[in-house]
Design a protein around this ligand. Structure first.
Ligand code: FAD
Length: 353
């Protein structure tokens, strides 16, 4: 994976800019590479992987074709390995602010660090937009962030033998509560409503662990934090009956979900549909010819926000981009198994077959 260099020429001339380095943006590099198109990938986060890296790196994924199970982090590593032959340049920690159509059908793309690209095509693979976890709105929580109040789990080992309070009722809250219950000194899951958004199997497991005394569940909301010298000591919970309860705690893990913020993408003249971008299902092209949208960010009838849907979209968008970049030239489908041209682009020897 090549990193973008600050000293490179501005503007950067390229066939394709990919906005977003989540799984679908990374796979877009591969599909473009097979067709001989080099890409620059830009992400506002300091690391690649999108939701997989940010939200659930250690969780197993079971529905990637051909990989019965791998963690989200492994999937990203495998995708990076798969795109190695194509030498894409990554520009991390840079938010794409502007995408402006230019005369002749190309685009000027400008990032928050002032890097300017002159691109023939743009692929918006922005997922749910910029990541903004919904914060715990209780006095003092901000000052404890990263030390005692956590919005994601970077290293689960930190929570071994600690007193944990997990907040939320979605998949992330339940998954982490189930995962950490065994290694924590004690763990309480707090959710404000009796219904959970998490999958029923996780809720059942959670109730079973509560019955076994391995964790606790309390319906309620956080009222205030108990601290001493900027160290978390406990939380005050208001339960479903409105009663106050105090829980001793060393760490709080808050999973209130992401505030879906499209951010600058909303200002690029694209046809927006409730924080997603309308595309057709032949090319996954937006209302602006030459700008494609793939992965969680796009919308079309029947859309499912799954990684494998994004992979399919990336393949078809790449073919459409090739036709856009080289109008009038027929784009042939070639199998990676047998095509000498594909082998050349992939850097594999024909002798191997
Ligand atoms: P994302 O992964 O959301 O990546 C988008 C990237 O774009 C982000 O890194 C963001 O920083 C960047 N970005 C946005 N705007 C800009 C901008 N203006 N400039 C620069 N960068 C920008 N899917 C499955 O198929 N199977 C599963 O088992 C599964 N499990 C999941 C479990 C959990 C807990 C969660 C939360 C999701 C799960 N998903 C699963 C969904 C899956 O993670 C998403 O479908 C997938 O991440 C979408 O990939 P993407 O590349 O479209 O977007």
């Amino acid at each position: 994976m090549a990193a973008g260099s600050a000293s490179q020429k501005n503007p950067v001339e390229t066939d394709a800019v990919i906005v977003g380095a989540g799984p679908c943006g990374i796979f877009q590099v591969f599909e473009l590479g097979l067709l001989g198109i080099k890409a620059h990938v830009i992400d506002s986060l300091p690391e690649v992987g999108g939701q997989c890296a940010e939200l659930y790196p250690d969780k197993p994924i079971y529905d990637i074709p051909g990989i019965p199970v791998c963690t989200a982090e492994e999937l990203i590593q495998r995708l990076l390995e798969q795109i190695e032959p194509f030498d894409a340049q990554f520009h991390l920690g840079e938010e794409v602010l502007e995408v402006e159509p230019q005369e002749g059908g190309s685009f000027k793309v400008v990032t928050s660090l002032g890097t300017v690209f002159h691109a023939k095509t743009v692929f918006v693979a922005g997922g749910v937009g910029s990541f903004q976890p919904r914060k715990l709105k209780v006095e003092g929580a901000d000052a404890l962030e990263e030390r005692h109040v956590h919005y994601r789990v970077r290293n689960p080992a930190v929570f071994a033998d600690q007193r944990l309070v997990v907040l939320g009722g979605g998949d992330s809250a339940l998954d982490w509560a189930l995962d950490l219950a065994d290694r924590a000194a004690c763990l309480t899951l707090i959710h404000r409503r009796p219904e959970f958004r998490a999958v029923p199997a996780s809720v059942e497991k959670m109730r079973a662990l509560c019955d076994q005394g391995k964790m606790d569940y309390l319906q309620g909301t956080v009222d205030s934090l108990i601290t001493s010298d900027a160290v978390l000591e406990g939380v005050v919970i208001r339960d479903a009956e409105g009663e106050e309860r105090q829980l001793a705690a060393d760490h709080m893990l808050v999973f209130y979900g992401l505030a879906p913020k499209l951010g600058p993408i909303a200002n690029w003249g694209l046809n927006i549909n409730r924080k997603t971008i309308n595309v057709d299902t032949e090319k996954f092209q937006t209302n602006v010819p030459g700008i494609f949208a793939i992965g969680d960010i796009n919308h079309y009838p029947g859309k499912k926000k799954l990684i494998l849907s994004g992979f399919h979209e990336a393949a078809l968008a790449a073919f459409a981009a090739k036709a856009h970049i080289e109008p009038g030239r027929k784009v042939h489908l070639q199998y990676t198994t047998t095509s000498p041209l594909m082998h050349e682009r992939l850097g594999v020897s024909d002798d191997a077959g």
